[in-house]
Design a protein around this ligand. Structure first.
Ligand SMILES: [Zn+2]
Length: 491
């Protein structure tokens, strides 16, 4: 009997302890945020550790901090998020540092405290899901608007007009006002809300299941509102679009390890003029950049950490004249033409490995990897040029169309090789390097491609890094390959 009582007491204590741990309130710690690069001001905050990382709320009122904590927990619950891969630090602040100080890749995100305490928190909700869960913008927008009424009759009418159907892709950039007008954005937001509501009703419970079945869900919804149309293909965003905490303006675009800041308009006269072209560009660029990183990794040129380091890119194409360039010492790119991004991105990885005095080898690998192998936008630009009758007075039009299949197997390395073989065209069309090498971009790219494809990546890298050889010896090896390549052009 005595034993029994002890056992009961024992279990009671255990149960009570579990109760205490499980239902206990989070303990907040008072901290002073010291001045750092990201915040030039100092402020008091309450902080706590959470499964997703650290929460920092700029307040001395514990009730307020708890409201924010509950708000985030609810967001995750609504979105069906159970686990977060990359731990992050979330700041809820009363005022913000300049947008551009929010560095992507740091996993540190800033939100408006006012939006959560005094508003409906919808703006923070969307950003939270994008940042922490990598959620596509249309899903976070749809989830945040679940309590909003949508006029499906109006949407039916809107999508019955085929001019509006590009909006149905619900690509992230269609939610942001630098790219299109306010009315279109409003329609896209309404669509996102309606489609997510439909998805939930059909049993898609979390963001992954909604994202994985995007086309099926959108097509099901279209049918349900009586629009006789279905999307053939509709993929998840490979690019993430981040809006700032204050005004929902575009802050930056994240393409894997590349953070792209757009200042002003993303359009320029000669390559990207409208949102459909930009949509197409952003749907291919991620694969191109991945192709370059895979090349570097698969050939053991750099280790994983070096390959995945954050790269910052500033787009200024619309309002500045000049050329695109990479600054590998600070991992930054200044971009003036969308087609040049893979080329400049290649420089970030290769420039420092060049131990020769030859700039043409550095430009050659950038052309070969960035334009010839992974330059979808560049390739498409030239295909459209050589298939456009309007350009048929250009002598290059005939040269290319007579010698290669422009639509099916068009490749830029073969095109450049044709120019080089035809010496008149080389002088007229090849772009000379800025250095005094005497080489053009085309020659550099084709030569490096020849070396890699006829010998190996290792053989190219041996010359490029002058590994295990003195300069003179390396020069002699390089010269032999150059002579051999020039000989091959007459074949
Ligand atoms: Zn270059």
């Amino acid at each position: 009997m005595k034993n029994r009582i002890n056992l009961i007491t024992f279990y009671t204590i255990i149960a009570f302890s579990i109760f205490l741990c499980g239902c206990g309130k989070t303990q907040f710690t008072k901290e002073t945020h010291k001045r750092e690069l990201e915040f030039t001001r100092q402020f008091e905050m309450l902080t706590c550790e959470k499964p997703y990382g650290k929460l920092c709320v700029e307040t001395d009122d514990e009730e307020e901090a708890r409201t924010v904590e509950t708000f985030i927990d609810n967001c995750f619950k609504v979105a069906g998020i159970e686990d977060v891969n990359n731990k992050c630090t979330l700041y809820f602040l009363t005022s913000f540092p300049a947008n551009e100080l929010q560095m992507a890749g740091e996993n540190m995100f800033i939100f408006s405290l006012d939006d959560v305490i005094n508003n409906n928190g919808n703006a923070s909700f969307g950003r939270l899901l994008t940042y922490v869960a990598g959620c596509d913008m249309w899903i976070s927008c749809g989830l945040a608007g679940e309590d909003t009424d949508v006029n499906e009759e109006e949407l039916k009418e809107y999508y019955s007009n085929e001019d509006n159907r590009a909006q149905l892709s619900l690509a992230g950039l269609r939610f942001i006002d630098v790219f299109q007008d306010e009315e279109e954005i409003e329609k896209v937001k309404q669509t996102a809300i309606a489609v997510v509501k439909y998805a939930k009703k059909k049993g898609y419970k979390n963001i992954n299941s909604i994202s994985d079945n995007k086309a099926e869900i959108i097509n099901g919804w279209l049918k349900s509102i009586g629009v006789d149309y279905s999307l053939e293909e509709c993929s998840a965003d490979k690019v993430k679009y981040f809006v700032g905490p204050e005004d929902e303006k575009l802050d930056y675009i994240l393409i894997d390890n590349l953070a792209l800041y757009i200042k002003g308009s993303p359009y320029n006269g000669w390559e990207v003029n409208n949102i459909n072209q930009l949509d197409r560009y952003f749907s291919t660029i991620s694969d191109d950049l991945k192709g370059i990183r895979d090349f570097v990794t698969d050939n053991n040129i750099l280790d994983n950490e070096a390959v995945n380091k954050p790269v910052r890119c500033e787009w200024s194409g619309a309002h500045a004249l000049g050329t695109s360039f990479a600054k590998p010492d600070s991992n930054t790119i200044s971009l003036q033409a969308w087609v040049a991004l893979p080329h400049e991105y290649t420089h970030i990885y290769f420039t420092y490995l060049n131990r020769t005095n030859h700039e043409f080898l550095n430009e050659g690998i950038a052309e070969y990897l960035g334009s010839y192998l992974n330059g979808t936008a560049m390739r498409e630009y030239y295909v459209s040029y050589y298939t456009d009758e309007a350009n048929k007075d250009d002598p290059a039009y005939d040269l290319i169309n007579e010698n290669m299949d422009v639509t099916e197997n068009f490749d830029l390395m073969t095109e450049s090789r044709l120019f080089i073989k035809s010496s008149d065209f080389l002088d007229e069309y090849a772009v000379p390097l800025l250095s005094e090498d005497g080489w053009s971009y085309q020659e550099s790219g084709v030569f490096v491609g020849y070396l890699i494809e006829n010998y190996s990546v290792d053989e190219f890298m041996k010359i490029f890094t002058s590994e295990g050889r003195d300069m003179e010896e390396n020069e002699a090896v390089l010269q032999r390959y150059v002579d051999e390549w020039r000989e091959s052009l007459s074949e």
